[in-house]
Ligand binder design. Structure first.
Ligand SMILES: Cc1ncc(COP(=O)(O)O)c(C=O)c1O
Length: 436
C-alpha cells in the first residue's frame, strides 16, 4: 500500500527528510483507531489533530455528505443562500453563549481567526472608533498560519521566517509558570494577575488604539497550557473596562473538549467573538466559523457605508457539504451525550496522566477537560528530540500521540473508553522510558 514516490508531496509541519526515510502511513480509520499500511490498529489519542471528536468513520456523517452531494454539491455564498447554512448558523447560535447569535463561515481555524481579526477592525471603524486598530495576542499562542494568525500568535518558529508580519500588534505575557504550577491537576492556582499585563499594554499604546485581544482559553499547540484560575475572568473585565473586544480562539476547545459546547461556558466568561473549526464537522469536511455577539453584527449592519457591510468571504464559506457534515456531527454530539461523557472520561484521564509523575525525564503533567500533557525534559542542544522520538516509539507500540516540542499532548475522541485511556498512558510511559 506504500506509495512508491514520496518526494512530490511537500508535507506540512513535518520534517520531510526524516519522514520519507521512515514513513508513517495511515490507510483507514474506524471509531477510536487508525489503520496503518502494515495492517495495525493504532489507537487515536489525539482525535487526529484535536478534531475527530465523535470518533472515526461515523455513518451518519458519511450519509449526510453523500446525500448532500447528490442534492446540492455547491452554491455560491456571495449574494445567494442555501438552507443548510442558515440552519447550521441557527444551531450554533442556539448552542453558543447567549448573545452570540451571528455566524460567519470559512474553511479552517486559520481562516476563522483571520475573519475574527478583520471583523474586529471593521467593527471598530463602523462604530466610529477608527483609531482602534491594534491587535493584541499572547506569547505562546497559536492562531493558525495566516498572516493575521501568525502576527497575533506567539510561537517563534511560526513567525521568524516570515518577515515583519502585521504592524500594530503586541503580545500579553504567557501564563505558563512551571516553578509554581507544575504537576497541577486542572487549573493552576498561580497567575491570574498575569491578565494585568493588558494594563501595561494599554499604558504603552492607549486603549483608543486597541481593537481586540485574542487568546486561546486553553493554549493547545504550544504544549497544553491551562489558564490560571481567575485569569480569563480578569482579562474579560479589563477588555470591558477599556472598550476592547475579547476574542476566544476555540478551534480546539469548542464542541465538547471541556465537556461544554465551548470553553466559554466552562469558564463562565463570554468573549465578543469565538473562532471555531475542527470538530465542527468532526473533521470530515474542512470548515471554520467565527461567531459574534449581537452588538458587533448589529453595529456593522446599522453603520455600513456601503450596501455590502463586510468586504470579506471565501468561495467555500458555508459550503453545502460542510454544512451537512456539521449538522450531522452536532446531532451525534447531542444524541450520544458526548459532551457529558467527556466530563466523566476527563476524571479518569486526569488520574491516568498524573500516574506518570516520577517517570524518567518527566518534568510536568498538565490537564483540563479531555486534554492532558506530559512534558519531558528537553535534551541538551536538541529541543523537541525526545518528544519526537517518543511519538515515533508510541506509533510503533500502536498509539498515536502528538509531540509539541517535548510536550506530549493527549486529546482523544470523546467516545474514548477508560481502558483506552489506560492504554494511551501505559504506552507513552514505555515510550518515554525507552528514549535516552
Ligand atoms: C487554537 C488554534 N487556532 C487555530 C488553528 C488553525 O486551524 P487550521 O489548522 O484549521 O487552520 C489551530 C490548529 O491547530 C488551533 O489549535
Amino acid at each position: 500500500m506504500k506509495p512508491n514516490n514520496l518526494e512530490s508531496l511537500w508535507m506540512p509541519f513535518t520534517p520531510n527528510k526524516s519522514f520519507k526515510k521512515d514513513p508513517r502511513i495511515i490507510v483507514g480509520a474506524k471509531d477510536m483507531h487508525f489503520i496503518s499500511d502494515d495492517g495495525r490498529d493504532i489507537l487515536d489519542a489525539t482525535a487526529g489533530l484535536w478534531c475527530v471528536n465523535a470518533g472515526h468513520g461515523r455513518k451518519k456523517i458519511q450519509d449526510a455528505v453523500y446525500n448532500q452531494i447528490g442534492e446540492l454539491d455547491y452554491s455560491p455564498p456571495f449574494q445567494f443562500g442555501h438552507p443548510k447554512q442558515f440552519e447550521l448558523a441557527n444551531r450554533l447560535a442556539e448552542m453558543f453563549p447567549e448573545k452570540m447569535n451571528h455566524v460567519f463561515f470559512s474553511n479552517s481555524g486559520s481562516e476563522a481567526v483571520d475573519s475574527a481579526l478583520k471583523i474586529a477592525l471593521a467593527y471598530q471603524r463602523a462604530r466610529g472608533k477608527a483609531s482602534k486598530t491594534r491587535l493584541i495576542g499572547r506569547e505562546r499562542g497559536y492562531h493558525g498560519v495566516g498572516f493575521g494568525g501568525i502576527s497575533v500568535g506567539g510561537m517563534v518558529k511560526n513567525r521568524m521566517y516570515f518577515g515583519s508580519l502585521l504592524s500594530g500588534v503586541d503580545h500579553l505575557r504567557h501564563t505558563h509558570n512551571p516553578e509554581l504550577n507544575s504537576f497541577t491537576k486542572g487549573l493552576p492556582e498561580h497567575g491570574a494577575d498575569l491578565a494585568d499585563d493588558l494594563e501595561r499594554i494599554v499604558q504603552l499604546h492607549d486603549a483608543s488604539t486597541i481593537a481586540a485581544v485574542i487568546v486561546e482559553p486553553i493554549a493547545g499547540s504550544t504544549g497544553v497550557l491551562p489558564p490560571p484560575k481567575g485569569y480569563l475572568k480578569k482579562l474579560r473585565e479589563l477588555c470591558t473596562k477599556h472598550d476592547i473586544l475579547l476574542i476566544f480562539d476555540e478551534v480546539i476547545s469548542a464542541f465538547g473538549r471541556m465537556g461544554t459546547p465551548t470553553a466559554s461556558e466552562f469558564f463562565d466568561v463570554t468573549p465578543d467573538i469565538i473562532c471555531c473549526a475542527k470538530a465542527l464537522t468532526n473533521a470530515v469536511i474542512p470548515m471554520g466559523a467565527t461567531v459574534v455577539q449581537d452588538h458587533i453584527y448589529e453595529s456593522m449592519l446599522d453603520n455600513a457605508d456601503a450596501p455590502i457591510e463586510l468586504f470579506h468571504g471565501y468561495t467555500y464559506s458555508g459550503h453545502p457539504v460542510a454544512c451537512a457534515a456539521a449538522l450531522a456531527s452536532l446531532d451525534i454530539y447531542k444524541e450520544e451525550g458526548l459532551f457529558e461523557r467527556a466530563v466523566e472520561s476527563a476524571k479518569h484521564m486526569q488520574e491516568a496522566a498524573h500516574s506518570l509523575k516520577g517517570t524518567k525525564n518527566v518534568i510536568d503533567i498538565r490537564n483540563m477537560g479531555l486534554i492532558a500533557a506530559v512534558e519531558i525534559q528537553a535534551k541538551d542542544g536538541a529541543i523537541g528530540a525526545r518528544g519526537f522520538e517518543t511519538m515515533k516509539k508510541a506509533w510503533d507500540l500502536g498509539v498515536m500521540i502528538r509531540a509539541n516540542g517535548d510536550t506530549i499532548a493527549f486529546s482523544p475522541p470523546l467516545i474514548v473508553e477508560n481502558s483506552q485511556i489506560d492504554q494511551m498512558f501505559d504506552v507513552t510511559k514505555k515510550a518515554i522510558e525507552s528514549i535516552n
